[in-house]
Design a protein around this ligand. Structure first.
Ligand code: PHE
Length: 429
C-alpha cells in the first residue's frame, strides 16, 4: 500500500484523466487494472517471495542461465527514471505543505492559484531545493531500512489521507461543479474509444498507480514470509489504490469545473485546483497543511519503494552497504531529475517526445513504455517461463481454478492486450 498509494493516485490520475477526456479513460483504466494489473501484481509478489532477491537476482534465481534477468535491468532503469521526476513533483507537494504551515501560499483573486503555481514551478532554485529535501527524506528512510518506521507511520497516515480526501470530495461536490464533473468522469464518450492514445494512457496509469512492471513489488515481495497470504494482499492493495484514485477524481473535478479551471491543464492540475478549494474554506489553511503533509508522506513512502528497487540490486551485486547504496543511488537520481524540474523554467523550450516537456517525456517513457513492457515480460515469465505447478504453489492460490485462470491470463489476455495497445499506439494495429 505504501508503494502503491502516492502521487499517482492524486496528482497523476487527475491530470491524465483530465487530459484523456475523463469517462472513457476511467473505464479503460479500470479494465486494465482488472484484466492486466491484478494478475501481474500477483505475479510480482509471487516471484519476489519465492526468489527472496532483488529484481535482477529474482530472475537469476528462478531461471538460472536464461535471459529473463533482462527484465530486472529494465526495472532498475525504470526506478531511476521514475524517481527522478517523481522527486520533482513530490518537491512541489512539500513546498505547498510548508507554505500552508506558514499561513498559506500568497494567492490573490481569481486565477491567483494558477499564477502562484506558475511562478513557483517555473523558477530555478526553489523547486530544486524542495526536490532535494524530498530526496534526502527518501534516502534517509532507505538508509535505515524500509521496514523500520514506514509500516507504522503508513498505518496511521494512509487512513488519515483517505478520510481527508473523502471529506474534501464531499465539500468539492457542493461547489456547483458536481453535475459537470460526474458526467465528465462517469459517462464515457464512446467516440474516444477509437483513440489508441487513451488506451495507452489508461494502461500506463494502471501500471504507475499500482507500482507495477518494474519490480517494486518483486523487491517488496522478497521481504514477505510464507505467513503473508498473497492473493488477499493483492486484492486489498488494488481495491484501495483504485478507490483512492476515484475519490481523488471526485475531489478534484467538481472543483475544477466550479472554479472554471481546464481539466486538461496538465501536471499542474491538482496544484492549482486544491489551493482553490482551500482558499474557499474558512479553515482552509488547516486543511491545506494537513492535506499536503499527508500527500507528501504518501509520496515519500512510494519514493522509498522506487529507491529500494535500485538499492537492493546494488547492495547485492556490488556488495555495497545499504547506507552507501542509498546515498550514492539517491544522489544520482536527484541529479537525473534536475532537467525535469528546469524543463518548466530555464529549459522550457526543450521538448523530447512530441510536444512533451522534459518531465512529461520521462514520465511517458517510463510509465507508458517501460512499465507495460516490464509487465509483459513478468507475465510471460510466470505464464510461460516458469514451471506452472511451482508458480501456482508459490502464489498461495493452490491447485484451484483461480490459480489456473491466473496462469491462463498471464499467458494470454495480459500480454496480448499490452501488445495490442503498444502496436496500436504507434499506428501499427
Ligand atoms: N504507485 C506510486 C504512486 O502511485 C508510484 C510508483 C510507481 C511507485 C512505480 C513504485 C513504482 O505514486
Amino acid at each position: 500500500m505504501g508503494s502503491a498509494v502516492g502521487l499517482g493516485n492524486i496528482w497523476r490520475f487527475a491530470y491524465v484523466a483530465g487530459e484523456s477526456g475523463g469517462g472513457t479513460f476511467l473505464l479503460l483504466y479500470i479494465l486494465c487494472i482488472i484484466a492486466i494489473g491484478i494478475p501481474i501484481l500477483m505475479a510480482e509478489l509471487t516471484i519476489g517471495r519465492r526468489a527472496k532477491s532483488d529484481v535482477v537476482g529474482s530472475f537469476e534465481t528462478l531461471a538460472p542461465g536464461t535471459p529473463w534477468f533482462v527484465t530486472g535491468f529494465l526495472g532498475v532503469a525504470s526506478a531511476f527514471i521514475i524517481l527522478s521526476f517523481y522527486g520533482v513533483v513530490a518537491g512541489w507537494a512539500l513546498h505547498y505543505f510548508i507554505q500552508y504551515v506558514l499561513g498559506g501560499p500568497a494567492i490573490s483573486g481569481e486565477g491567483g492559484s494558477e499564477s502562484y503555481f506558475i511562478e513557483f514551478h517555473t523558477s530555478t532554485y526553489s523547486p530544486l531545493f524542495w526536490q532535494s529535501i524530498f530526496m534526502i527524506l527518501t534516502i534517509g528512510i532507505v538508509y535505515v531500512g524500509v521496514k523500520k518506521g514506514i509500516e507504522k507511520s503508513n498505518k496511521i497516515l494512509m487512513p488519515l489521507l483517505a478520510i481527508l480526501v473523502i471529506l474534501l470530495a464531499g465539500y468539492s461536490l457542493t461547489l456547483g461543479g458536481a453535475q459537470e464533473a460526474l458526467s465528465f468522469l462517469f459517462s464515457p464518450d464512446w467516440r474516444s474509444l477509437r483513440d489508441p492514445n487513451v488506451y495507452l494512457a489508461a494502461l500506463g496509469q494502471a501500471f504507475f498507480s499500482l507500482s507495477l512492471g518494474m519490480g517494486a513489488l518483486i523487491t517488496y515481495g522478497s521481504y514477505l514470509s510464507s505467513k503473508d497470504k498473497l492473493p488477499g494482499a493483492a486484492v486489498s492493495v488494488v481495491t484501495l489504490d483504485t478507490l483512492f484514485a476515484i475519490l481523488a477524481g471526485l475531489m478534484i473535478f467538481p472543483a475544477v469545473f466550479a472554479f472554471g479551471n481546464a481539466p486538461n491543464s496538465g501536471p499542474g492540475l491538482v496544484f492549482i485546483t486544491l489551493p482553490d478549494i482551500f482558499n474557499s474554506l474558512s479553515l482552509g489553511v488547516v486543511f491545506g497543511t494537513l492535506f499536503f503533509f499527508l500527500l507528501s508522506a504518501a509520496a515519500i513512502s512510494s519514493g522509498v519503494s522506487l529507491l529500494e528497487v535500485a538499492v537492493a540490486y546494488f547492495m547485492r551485486k556490488f556488495n555495497w552497504s545499504r547506507k552507501k547504496a542509498a546515498i550514492i543511488i539517491g544522489g544520482i537520481i536527484f541529479l537525473i531529475g534536475i532537467p525535469s524540474s528546469l524543463g518548466y523554467g530555464a529549459l522550457n523550450h526543450v521538448t523530447l517526445i512530441g510536444d512533451r516537456d522534459i518531465l512529461d517525456s520521462m514520465d511517458f517513457i517510463a510509465s507508458n513504455i517501460f512499465l507495460p513492457l516490464g509487465g509483459l515480460l513478468i507475465a510471460l515469465f510466470v505464464g510461460v517461463g516458469w514451471n506452472k505447478a511451482e508458480a501456482i504453489e508459490a502464489s498461495d492460490f493452490g491447485n484451484t481454478w483461480i490459480g489456473h485462470t491466473w496462469i491462463l491470463i498471464l499467458r494470454t489476455i495480459a500480454p496480448v492486450a499490452i501488445l495490442i495497445i503498444f502496436l496500436s499506439s504507434i499506428g501499427l494495429f
